[in-house]
Design a protein around this ligand. Structure first.
Ligand SMILES: [Zn+2]
Length: 62
């Protein structure tokens, strides 16, 4: 069962939940308000922002 992370903007609480299907938001266990689901970092599968193919130093370029 996949795990989903939720973040409460009211008290900055991070909640991890094992759920079969993700919910848009859950009740924050700390303050009882709405905690919204965080977007998975690995969902895109891309490289970090600003990343290039070649290293900045450059080795054996000439
Ligand atoms: Zn909260």
């Amino acid at each position: 069962m996949p795990m989903y992370e939720y973040f409460c903007g009211h008290c900055s609480e991070t909640v991890e939940r094992l759920q079969r299907t993700p919910a848009e938001e859950i009740a924050c266990p700390r303050c009882g308000r709405q905690a919204k689901r965080m977007v998975s970092i690995f969902a895109g599968g891309g490289t970090p922002a600003g990343g290039g193919c070649a290293p900045a130093g450059g080795s054996g370029f000439s």
